[in-house]
Design a protein around this ligand. Structure first.
Ligand code: CP
Ligand code: NVA
Length: 304
């Protein structure tokens, strides 16, 4: 089988996503009924974290054990990667001993450099630019709750960050539209996301206007990991970009609210919305594990 990495959302085709969503539903059902599913017995996944994580670590680690495999956990602080061993050398060594690698790091270019020297599939567990595993889980959650996302409108309110850039890639590939509203200076980066169809997103100055008629309203922290020095400036710039009940009312009556978490109640989202009836954030978090199990299986074994 040809070596396949998952570095950006657009690394897979629409047909491969259809397969993954179906497979994730099956894998989730087996998990819920305590049915053993061990296609990755004797396989090992390396998890490399250069930034903090709760969901990504637990979902990959628990998921890999549930598939019959095991994991090795590394951080920059406790490995030679934090002592300037070249990324290519780390990739050559680690990928001789494990079957899959997940990396959470800063620049996408670092992840790409690792993948270029890896013998095994590499998965993006979040970079400054993209967070494809999260959008995979978000779309799976949307489909579970509301059916196909094709033709739907997703409102993105807040920072034009790794999540927002990944939503653009997903919209172009899967045929829906993103209504984006960010403060000025924090826009999404369609060129970086490689967007060729400008119709897959629309930009709005006013966050309420972006939410009007949306099927899904979603946001993320005002300050992503790695940008903490900008915290105070961002707090002032983002004050109007808080998803509250009023904003959610502008969307479709049955619109869902999503947030990749961790969330800051009273900043990018009100407690009323995050903990309210339209919020599916806990399903979204749980689904990280189910979709990533489907992804791990697919990258190693192909379609089963
Ligand atoms: N959503 C997400 O990636 O969460 P963690 O930072 O906890 O992994
Ligand atoms: N945009 C956030 C997502 C955290 C899961 C960050 O990069 O910190």
């Amino acid at each position: 089988m040809r070596l396949k990495h998952y570095l950006q959302f657009k690394d897979l085709s629409a047909a491969e996503y259809s397969y993954l969503f179906e497979r994730a539903a099956l894998i989730k059902k087996k998990f819920k009924t305590y049915e053993k599913h061990h296609p990755l017995a004797d396989r090992t996944l390396a998890l490399i974290f250069e930034k903090a994580s709760t969901r990504t670590r637990v979902s990959f680690e628990a998921g890999m054990y549930q598939l019959g495999g095991s994991v090795v956990h590394l951080t920059s602080g406790d490995s030679q990667m934090g002592r300037a061993e070249p990324i290519a050398d780390s990739a050559r060594v680690i990928s001789r001993m494990v079957d899959l690698v997940m990396i959470r790091t800063y620049e996408q270019s670092k992840l790409e450099a690792f993948a270029a020297h890896s013998r095994v599939p590499v998965i993006n567990g979040l970079t400054n630019e993209f967070h494809p595993c999260q959008i995979l889980a978000d779309i799976f959650t949307y489909i579970e709750q509301r059916g196909s996302i094709q033709g739907r409108v997703v409102a993105w309110v807040g920072d034009g960050n790794n999540m927002a850039n990944t939503w653009l890639q997903a919209a172009e590939l899967l045929g829906f539209t993103v209504h984006v509203s960010t403060p000025s200076g924090y826009e999404v980066k369609p060129e970086l996301a490689g967007i060729v169809n400008p119709a897959c997103y629309r930009v709005f100055q006013d966050p309420h206007a972006a939410c009007a008629g949306a099927d899904l309203v979603t946001t993320d922290v005002w300050t992503s990991m790695g940008f903490e020095a900008e915290n105070e400036v961002r707090r002032a710039a983002f004050a109007r970009w808080c998803v509250d009940a009023d904003m959610l009312r502008a969307a479709q009556p049955n619109a869902l609210f999503m947030h990749c978490l961790p969330a800051h109640r009273g900043e990018e989202v009100s407690a009323e919305v995050l903990d309210g009836p339209q919020s599916v954030v806990w399903d979204e978090a749980e689904n990280r594990m189910h979709v990533q199990k489907a992804l791990l299986e697919f990258l190693l074994l192909g379609q089963l």
